[in-house]
Design a protein around this ligand. Structure first.
Ligand code: CAA
Length: 257
């Protein structure tokens, strides 16, 4: 598929979506987000892909929603536009999704990274929710996901007072999984993604679904949900293969069935 604002590629079983509007620090216009979601969904359907990486460039993962495109909007323009819903579409990707973040991850860019399952940050990454400077608030999950990730006190500081987090701080507070040198941030992310991509595909989806249920359900319901997913996996060839491989001291060959 030919896209204008994103580049796609594959590295083994890893699908890579690169946001590609470098002159505007990858500002997330509706057109860019539409393409990014389309590319993510295509990899989600592709059986030869086990894990997906979304990234930007060294200077910017994304500097937020495109301010110029929103500047004159009235509420009904926002309501009638699928734009903010694209973050929900990213949340619905069923395969593991890793954000490789370098440079600015601001506003909707920080929200996009937080919608992913894991974040690998280059040592130059900066995370922030600066919407208050524009007279608005985060609208694509920032107030919720940030608070879940780093707690109320720091989330308040970031959203009310434009406090930005360096990569090291983001790792310290649990927002990101790993900080790596900027020169190799893609390679380092791909190493992690490649390992995940070669694991049992259905179990990966169930694991992701079970962890995400933490944010959706009360504990008793999410425990019951986890148990049902666990039982369901005993209907898969991969469960039989994985346990047989363990017992017979050999490497498992996953079929994704
Ligand atoms: N939207 C539209 N254009 C943007 C943009 C954005 N979010 N961020 C950067 N750009 C554009 C600039 O307008 C500029 O374009 P021109 O060359 O045509 O003037 C170009 O990118 C370069 O930007 P700067 O000249 O500002 O570069 P800088 O190095 O001085 O600063 C920056 C970089 C700190 C990222 C700064 O551009 C900035 O603060 N950007 C806005 C960040 C922001 O407020 N994000 C939140 C957006 S609202 C949102 O995301 C809502 C939501 O929750 C969904």
């Amino acid at each position: 598929m030919d896209y204008k604002y994103v580049l796609t590629s594959k590295n083994g079983r890893v699908g890579i979506v690169q946001l590609n509007r470098p002159k505007a620090y990858n500002a997330l216009s509706p057109a860019l987000m539409k393409e990014a979601v389309d590319a993510l969904q295509a990899f989600d359907r592709d059986e030869s892909v086990g894990c997906i990486v979304i990234t930007g460039n060294e200077k910017a993962f994304a500097a937020g929603a495109d301010i110029k495109e929103m500047q004159t909007a009235v509420p009904t323009d926002m309501l009638n536009n699928p734009f903010i819903g694209y973050w929900d579409d990213v949340q619905k990707i069923s395969k593991p999704l890793i954000a490789a973040v370098s440079g600015f991850a601001l506003g909707g860019g920080c929200e996009l990274a937080m919608t992913c399952d894991m974040i690998v940050a280059s040592d130059t990454a900066v995370f922030g929710q600066p919407e208050i400077n524009l007279g608005v608030i985060p609208g694509a999950g920032g107030t919720q996901r940030l608070t879940h990730a780093i707690g109320k006190a720091l989330a308040m500081e970031m959203v009310l007072n434009d406090r930005r987090l360096s990569a090291e701080e983001a790792a310290h507070y649990g927002l990101v999984n790993k900080v790596v040198p900027v020169e190799t941030f893609i390679e380092e992310t791909l190493k992690i993604a490649d390992k995940i991509a070669n694991r049992a595909p259905i179990a990966l989806k169930m694991a992701k679904e079970a962890i995400n249920a933490v944010y959706e359900m009360p504990l008793q319901a999410s425990l019951a949900h986890e148990r049902r997913l666990f039982y369901l996996l005993f209907s898969t060839a991969d469960q039989k293969e994985g346990m047989d491989a363990f017992v017979n001291k050999r490497k498992a060959e996953w079929s994704g069935r």
